[in-house]
Write a protein that binds this ligand. Structure first.
Ligand code: 13P
Length: 349
């Protein structure tokens, strides 16, 4: 019974021809993005921003699920309507980020392990009671010199698998997010090799914990050269390398794959996702390949909003525009011609 519910929810999230909106930035991350645009970093401004997102007209046409944060899941719009209800009323499934962030890994300077397993069973029950149907946990793997080491990979993948087991026990679909970071000068080949090691370790741990793969969504990075690499490979090379890596390390039983954007520009993320779903590559993967972007879907809207009521409609249009571009990319139908000049108001307005 639980298995059927998990599979139905996972299918709805990734196999309905739509993708996910990640709006689960922690308060420090959200504040950092606000500070960069001169937006005040208050609980009310974070609430106003999340209200803008969840009430954007037309969002439900391209978005299947939205990942919330602990502060946000408890909040409501200005009329007192819970954000969870705003989402479900337009067919968007609410989910929740449940990890408590990455902390330094003992005895391994420069490496991190994501924490949050203590008390997770009880927190999941609370979130399920509020209406969350799925959860997310992010592990961060840096590429730098000899990093990542085996201790970093194993401890993060075991934590992800234990989190996934607890989610399924609670009847919630786990999104497992092992993010190999873009920061650095590494090549696409090195990213592919490390991403393959990380995913192989992850699926071993999921197997050990007895997690039902048909009720799991994988949220990986695309295989990319480092942000500061002098060689920036073309869209098709990135798409082919990503699919090659996934097909070597991800079992076909997994419900679907929903990419993070990781610091790519919004247009590049759409173009790369599109290339993976166009007719030349679509037969090379058994899973739906969708998006679960935060920055690549929110940032143009945030640039537009800048904390001003007068900019809310234009910002919502920018958000829905990106959602539509990524929706088209799921069918291989995205084209640079879809990019309208976004209505970014003057910073002084
Ligand atoms: P980005 O798309 O900005 O990488 O964020 C995805 C996410 O959910 C980070 O945990």
């Amino acid at each position: 019974m639980i298995a059927e519910g998990l599979i139905a929810c996972a299918t709805r999230l990734v196999a309905s021809g739509k993708g996910l909106l990640a709006m689960d930035e922690s308060n420090p991350t959200c504040n950092r993005r606000f500070a960069a645009l001169g937006i005040s970093q208050t609980i009310e401004m974070r609430r106003a921003w999340r209200e803008l997102l969840v009430t954007a007209p037309g969002l439900g046409e391209s978005i299947s699920g939205a990942i919330l944060y602990d502060e946000t899941i408890r909040q409501s719009d200005r009329h007192g309507r819970r954000f969870i209800d705003c989402l479900t009323s337009v067919g968007i499934v609410p989910g929740i980020k449940v990890d408590l962030g990455a902390r330094p890994l003992a005895l391994h300077p420069g490496e991190f392990v994501t924490e949050g397993l203590d008390g997770l069973r009880e927190r999941l029950a609370d979130y399920a009671g509020m209406g969350a149907q799925f959860a997310k946990w992010r592990a961060v793997i840096g590429l730098d010199g000899d990093h990542p080491g085996i201790a970093c990979i194993r401890s993060n993948m075991q934590a992800l698998a234990r989190y996934a087991a607890l989610c399924q026990e609670a009847g919630m679909v786990p999104i497992v997010e092992p993010e190999v970071l873009m920061a650095g000068t590494h090549s696409l080949e090195r990213c592919q090799s490390v991403t393959g090691d990380v995913l192989t370790a992850l699926f071993e741990e999921l197997h050990v914990q007895g997690v039902l793969l048909e009720g799991v969504i994988l949220k990986p990075n695309m295989v990319l050269p480092g942000l500061d690499s002098l060689t920036q490979d073309p869209v098709r090379t990135v798409a082919a390398a990503t699919i090659e890596c996934l097909s070597r390390s991800v079992p076909p039983a997994v419900a679907g794959i929903a990419f993070l954007s990781g610091g790519q520009s919004a247009e590049r993320a759409s173009a790369r996702l599109n290339a993976m779903n166009d007719r030349t590559l679509i037969d090379r993967h058994p899973w739906p390949l969708v998006f679960s972007f935060a920055r690549a879907i929110q940032q143009p809207a945030l640039d537009c909003w800048r904390g001003k009521d007068a900019n809310v409609m234009a910002a919502q249009e920018a958000l829905v525009h990106r959602a539509r571009c990524n929706h088209a990319a799921l069918r291989g139908a995205y084209d640079a011609a879809m990019e309208l000049a976004p209505a970014i108001p003057d910073a002084s307005s």
